[in-house]
Ligand binder design. Structure first.
Ligand code: SF4
Length: 220
C-alpha cells in the first residue's frame, strides 16, 4: 500500500518524497493499522462456515487483507464471524465468547440464519438473528453467502473502521462497557436483560388467573 492513501489532505509533500513520507492524523493511522490487521475468531456454526473456510483458502484468500491469522482463542481475536444457524443451545456460548474478546471487537452476521433466523426462523430451536443478543456491525445476505459476498462484508467493515475516531470509540471512554449477560437456557431461552419485563408479564397473568371465576381460566 502506498503512502498516498494515508496522507491527510491539505499537506503538500514534494513529489520526490511522496513514496516515503506521509503526514496524517492519529485517527487515520490508528484506523489504517486496525483495519488491515483484523484477526477473525476461528469458529463456525453451520453450512455458512464452509463458505468462510473457502474464503480463507487459496482461491479467495483473505490473508490479502491481513486476516490470515484466524485465532482459536477469543482473547486474541477482534472479529467474530457468526457463520451459520444460531440455535438457542448455542447462543449462551456465543455471548460468552463475545464477552471474552477484548475491545476493539467487531461482529459480522454471515448469511440469512445469523442475520435473522433464515430458513429456520420461528423454529423452536433457533434464535431469530444473533443481533438479538450481541451488536452486529455488518450483515451479509445469502443462504449461503458466496466467498465474494464475505469479502465484500470485510471491505464494508473496513470502511466502517475508517470512520471511527479515538475520541468517540467506546473502548476509550471513562466508564468501560458492561459485559453482555449470558442468556439462560431453560424450558426456553431467557435474556437476563428482560427479567423485569418477564416478571411483570408473569405477575399480570398470575393476577388475571386469580381474578377469573373458577372454571373459566384460559391456558396460555
Ligand atoms: S444461511 Fe443457509 S447456508 Fe447459511 S447456515 Fe443458514 S441454512 Fe446454512
Amino acid at each position: 500500500m502506498g503512502t498516498e492513501s494515508l496522507n491527510s489532505p491539505g499537506y503538500d509533500i514534494p513529489p520526490e518524497m511522496q513514496s516515503q513520507v506521509a503526514i496524517t492524523t492519529l485517527d487515520k493511522i490508528y484506523n489504517w493499522s486496525r483495519k488491515n490487521s483484523l484477526w477473525p475468531m476461528m469458529f463456525g456454526l453451520a453450512c455458512c462456515a464452509i463458505e468462510m473456510i473457502g474464503t480463507a483458502a487459496s482461491r479467495f484468500d483473505f490473508s490479502r487483507f491481513g486476516m490470515e491469522v484466524m485465532r482459536p482463542s477469543p482473547r486474541q481475536a477482534d472479529l467474530m464471524i457468526v457463520s451459520g444457524t444460531v440455535t438457542k443451545k448455542m447462543i449462551p456460548q456465543i455471548v460468552r465468547l463475545y464477552n471474552q474478546m477484548p475491545e476493539p471487537r467487531y461482529v459480522i452476521a454471515m448469511g440469512a440464519c445469523a442475520s435473522g433466523g433464515g430458513p429456520f426462523k420461528e423454529g423452536y430451536t433457533v434464535v431469530a438473528g444473533v443481533d438479538k443478543f450481541i451488536p452486529v456491525d455488518v450483515y451479509i445476505p445469502g443462504c449461503p453467502p458466496t466467498p465474494q459476498a464475505l469479502l465484500h462484508g470485510f471491505i464494508t467493515l473496513m470502511k466502517k473502521i475508517e470512520t471511527q475516531s479515538l475520541r468517540s470509540v467506546p473502548w476509550y471512554q471513562k466508564t468501560p462497557g458492561e459485559p453482555i449477560p449470558i442468556p439462560i437456557l431453560g424450558p426456553d431461552l431467557m435474556d437476563p436483560r428482560k427479567f423485569d419485563l418477564i416478571k411483570q408479564v408473569c405477575s399480570q397473568r398470575e393476577e388475571q388467573r386469580n381474578t377469573e371465576p373458577e372454571g373459566e381460566s384460559t391456558h396460555e
